[in-house]
Design a protein around this ligand. Structure first.
Ligand code: HEC
Length: 163
């Protein structure tokens, strides 16, 4: 085969794998188009100095606007995007998102995820979106920490109030 063709084929192969993140160990795939979802809320964690944006897909945003979030309807997907807080270089008391830490998701499907309160959990680490967890048991960690909000359908986020 022509050497240039081989190089081209290799280059395309690596470009494709860089775009498509591997599924999480429990089979959940990175939700398509999540970067275009709308805002539900933001959080700032003082213990690890991170800024978080919580976004929802269309089903979740509609439920939030109608106040129908306990329980959230099937089909809702909540995304949490986490960045290290960084000082704005022109205004040092203004904190802005710096290095990307991870993206994580809760997908509501009462039947499929009955064992974990109706939510499927998944997380992808860093800029290269490496799936988190050695095996499917990683979800126990997620569920364990979300147990204090069991009564609000396992969700911490209070959708923001808008004018
Ligand atoms: C150490 C405790 C802890 C663990 C472990 C944890 N979470 Fe959370 N999670 C929180 C807290 C606290 C919030 C709300 C505040 C914030 O944004 O950090 C939250 C919020 C979220 C949200 C936004 C919706 C909501 O409930 O407010 C998603 C999505 C989420 N977590 C997914 C996950 C996934 C997936 C895992 C497991 C890979 C996980 N979490 C593990 C504590 C935890």
């Amino acid at each position: 085969m022509n050497r240039n063709l081989i190089i081209l084929a290799l280059a395309c192969g690596s470009a494709v794998s860089a775009l498509a993140a591997e599924p999480a160990p429990n089979g959940i795939t990175l939700p398509e188009g999540y970067k275009d979802w709308r805002l539900l809320s933001t959080h700032f964690r003082t213990d690890n100095n991170t800024i978080r944006a919580v976004l929802g897909n269309d089903v979740a945003i509609k439920a939030a606007r109608e106040g129908k979030t306990n329980p959230w309807p099937d089909g809702s997907v909540l995304a949490k995007l986490v960045w290290k807080a960084a000082k704005h270089e022109k205004w040092e008391t203004a904190m802005e998102p710096g290095a990307f830490v991870h993206a994580e998701f809760m997908t509501k499907n009462t039947a499929r995820f009955a064992a974990t309160g109706g939510w499927g959990y998944a997380r992808w680490l860093g800029q290269d979106q490496k799936p988190y967890g050695k095996d499917a048991n990683f979800v126990q960690e997620c569920v364990g920490c979300h147990t204090p909000v069991k009564d609000s359908d396992w969700v911490f986020t209070h959708p923001v109030k808008l004018p």
